[in-house]
Design a binder for this molecule. Structure first.
Ligand SMILES: [Zn+2]
Length: 455
């Protein structure tokens, strides 16, 4: 219902896309927020339809007997930007451990991916279920569920409180153990040492294929910083600066604070893998390191996340490492990679079938002419590689009707808005594509944006 309403609105002639952004904003409200996802929500009718469809896919999914049963370690680092990792050429040495693994030729893939949104809830859901924001079932088929069907034990160890956060702890399906910041009282709930404490208490590997997912808060502004993590310069927590500040030093202080958090995350990753190695889990294993979304550090006056779709807000790393066995070769991904590609790429690497409802692709089988999607609140957009020589990123502000278009090939920092130069047929096609991809807003976000109430 929501998709249809937005489709008819986006299909309007261009002159009706006025400053008020009506009537599109009218369609942003769900009838009833059935699946709440932080700034977004899936309405009750659409959620029921998605769940019915997902149940059919679930019944049709047959485990493969050709499966390669390597252990799997998925590490999601909160608010981790690809461009602040020295592994990707950042000038500060923020990821010495990941670099050492690259030197040791353990890297199967090192690329960046566009997150589906700029906050944790949809980012984590997209990683687990390979679905964009608007297609999130209440109970999606997750990579954890697919592995479980192939005989894996599933262990989730999350820094942060995922239990009381939009039902996030319930989306993964049946698991063998679950632990997050709310499961314990010894440490501050955003202290990553609670993850390594928990892991240290686990027994050695019993030979059964095992998947771990870890969530780290070291690089999040609310994550505990450890005394022994060296600073890159005077830093300051920027959580309160979300919408900007007049302090001219704030961007530098925020960046110092953030980079120190990344270095700490790199150290926690080293600790985790060291513990897993000692316990025998890395004899043959795939390890993925990624982020749930990006982070603003004063670019365009913004700080933190949940409010933007600029590159710094969406661009996360997707690093896949192989432990044990012979590394085939390093994979090279195409120019357009989305967060929804992580789960299918992982399953493909293990020779496991990919659920038919998943929206991402296995990057081992590159696809030309791809379009991937993103949305954060009223900003909805896509990255389109179908135009030769161009890598267009395009988005709309559904509230104001403003359009943004950048060619990431020549303008990776999004400084030159090309919207006025884009031919109308292409723009119209983008609008049609986006019309099918919009999620509704959570009521409090709609209220903040000053959108009108639903009758
Ligand atoms: Zn997050």
């Amino acid at each position: 219902l929501i998709a249809i309403a937005v489709l008819s609105a986006i299909g309007l002639p261009d002159h009706l896309w006025g400053n008020k952004g009506e009537p599109v904003s009218l369609s942003l409200f769900p009838d009833q927020a059935n699946t709440a996802m932080q700034s977004h929500a899936i309405g009750v009718f659409l959620a029921a339809k998605l769940d019915r469809e997902e149940e059919l896919v679930r019944r049709a999914y047959k485990p493969a007997d050709t499966a390669n049963h390597k252990n799997v370690v998925l590490i999601v680092v909160d608010a981790l930007r690809a461009d602040h990792l020295s592994l990707f050429g950042y000038s500060r040495r923020t990821s010495p451990y990941l670099e050492a693994l690259a030197s040791a030729k353990a890297v199967r893939l090192a690329t960046s991916a566009a997150a589906v949104c700029n906050e944790s809830s949809c980012g984590l859901r997209a990683i687990a279920s390979s679905r964009y924001l608007d297609k999130q079932a209440t109970r999606p088929i997750t990579v954890q569920e697919a592995l479980k069907l192939h005989g894996y034990s599933v262990h989730l160890m999350f820094s942060g409180d995922h239990t009381n956060f939009y039902g996030l702890s319930d989306i993964y399906g049946e698991v063998d153990s679950y632990f997050d910041g709310a499961s314990q009282k010894e440490r501050y709930l955003n202290d990553d040492r609670l993850v390594t404490d928990r892991l240290s208490g686990m027994g050695s590997w019993d030979g059964k294929p095992t998947v771990f997912q870890f969530h780290l808060m070291s690089s999040h502004a609310l994550g505990a910083r450890f005394e022994d993590t060296p600073p890159f310069g005077p830093g300051a927590n920027y959580t309160a600066l979300r919408w900007g500040t007049k302090d001219l030093e704030a961007p530098a202080h925020a960046t110092n604070y953030y980079d120190r958090g990344i270095l700490q995350a790199d150290r926690v990753i080293a600790n985790i893998l060291d513990i897993l190695k000692q316990k025998g889990y890395l004899k043959e294993a795939l390890v993925v390191v990624t982020g749930d979304h990006g982070e603003s550090l004063g670019e365009r006056g913004l700080y933190s996340h949940t409010h933007s779709v600029w590159e710094e807000s969406l661009r996360v790393p997707f690093v896949m490492l192989q432990f044990g066995g012979v590394l085939k070769n390093q994979m090279h991904a195409g120019p357009v990679v989305s967060q929804v590609d992580i789960a299918p790429t992982l399953l493909h690497e293990l020779h496991l079938p990919i659920p038919s409802s998943w929206e991402g692709i296995a990057l081992q089988r590159p696809m030309v002419g791809r379009v991937v999607y993103f949305q954060q609140a009223q900003f909805i957009g896509l990255v389109d590689e179908r135009n030769i020589g161009r890598l267009y990123k395009h988005w709309l502000d559904l509230r104001t009707g403003d359009e943004f278009t950048f060619d990431l090939n020549v303008d990776p920092h999004e400084r030159n808005n090309l919207s006025a130069q884009i031919p109308q047929p292409l723009k119209r096609e983008w609008q049609q594509l986006l019309a099918n991809r919009s999620a509704a807003l959570a009521p409090e976000v709609a209220a903040r944006l000053g959108a009108p109430a639903v009758p």
